[in-house]
Design a protein around this ligand. Structure first.
Ligand code: NAD
Length: 312
């Protein structure tokens, strides 16, 4: 049986780290795609990773290209094409630069990889994944946005450090848009089943939630560009769930058709990802406060989507 083919659209910081994690996990052969001006970078990273795999013993192939024909027949597309934030910028400031890029990627994805499970990472995430699905016309089950996995992981880490327990024992769910008004769901936050508020004080919890919400910005301020190790790990969790039919329940941006009271909107909610893509949207009941926070977050996403829709 041939190995699965995973195409990474964008061979920048996240693209390179995605390729690294895919090779280490041996999830399939990897194609690192970038624009012609960056073809050397894509090819160079591919070669470097293949040489590393000679040491680690991984057999998966990695290639770099700027030719969409090399992406043909991909089983999974992970899209990071676009510009990342610089200090002082919000994700929404990236619409002007990243909208033409996502449209270009969508047109080529439709032509060359119509059967892939597509995971969009480019920001502003919820609007870019919306536009990618709208423009390709791919079934919404085959197009998801990566944000909830990352935001939930950040929350999980901060809680584990505060409680002095392993990250493995912390369960979190962060819903809503991938912006500073994302919604950590307190009722779904436990430490090995123990409600988190029994182990962490309200003041500490509030501070952790605030840090989670601005977790991306904290790293942009430190590095001058966006995070890439954890964003790559978030997208890998989704790709792995699809490729290995794991039926994982994760937070991911998905197209809503009435769930949580929203329609025609990509928003982060709990979904089950397996071999069919987004196989199920899990519609849990929320508290009044959680609903209000989700509404605020959805309104922010809708504002950006409206801008996207208004650009011909
Ligand atoms: N969803 C999330 O949680 C999350 C987290 C971090 C970063 N991001 C976003 O992911 C994106 C990528 O971040 P990065 O740090 O890897 O940026 P980067 O600049 O290192 O890499 C982006 C790459 O995209 C390439 N590119 C531009 N136009 C393209 C096109 N038309 N086709 C193919 N490739 C193209 C660029 O040449 C560049 O190599 C940014 O928009 C960033 O804001 C999202």
């Amino acid at each position: 049986m041939a190995r699965k083919k995973i195409a990474l659209i964008g061979a920048g910081n996240i693209g390179g780290e995605l390729a690294n994690q895919l090779v280490q996990k041996q999830l399939g052969d990897v194609v690192l795609f970038d624009i012609p001006q960056k073809e050397g970078v894509a090819k160079g990273k591919a070669l470097d990773l293949e040489q590393a795999s000679a040491l680690s013993g991984a057999d998966a192939k990695v290639s770099g290209t700027s030719n969409w024909a090399d992406v043909a027949g991909a089983d999974v597309l992970i899209i990071t094409a676009g510009i990342p934030r610089k200090p002082g910028q919000s994700r929404d400031d990236l619409v002007a630069s990243n909208l033409p890029i996502i449209r270009d990627v969508a047109d080529n994805a439709k032509k060359f990889a119509p059967n892939a499970f597509s995971i969009v990472v480019s920001n502003p995430l919820d609007a870019m994944v919306y536009e990618f699905q709208r423009r390709t016309g791919f079934p919404s089950a085959k197009v998801a946005g990566m944000a909830g996995a990352l935001d939930s992981a950040r929350y999980q880490l901060f809680l584990a450090r505060e409680a002095g327990v392993s990250v493995k024992d912390v369960r979190t769910l962060v819903l809503g848009g991938h912006g500073d008004d994302m919604v950590p769901i307190a009722s779904a936050t436990t430490i090995n089943g123990i409600p988190v508020d029994r182990l962490i004080s309200k003041e500490k919890l509030d501070a952790i939630i605030a840090r989670t919400r601005t977790g991306g910005g904290e790293i942009v301020t430190l590095m001058g560009t966006s995070a890439y190790y954890a964003p790559a790990a978030g997208a890998i969790a989704m790709a792995e769930a699809y490729l290995l039919d794991q039926k994982r329940l994760l937070a991911a941006a998905t197209l809503l058709s009435g769930q949580y009271g929203y329609k025609d909107l990509y928003l982060g909610v709990p979904v089950v990802i397996g071999g069919g893509g987004v196989e199920k949207i899990v519609d849990i009941s929320l508290t009044g406060d959680e609903k209000a926070a989700l509404e605020k977050s959805a309104a922010s996403v809708r504002k950006v989507v409206d801008v996207v829709k208004s650009v011909a």
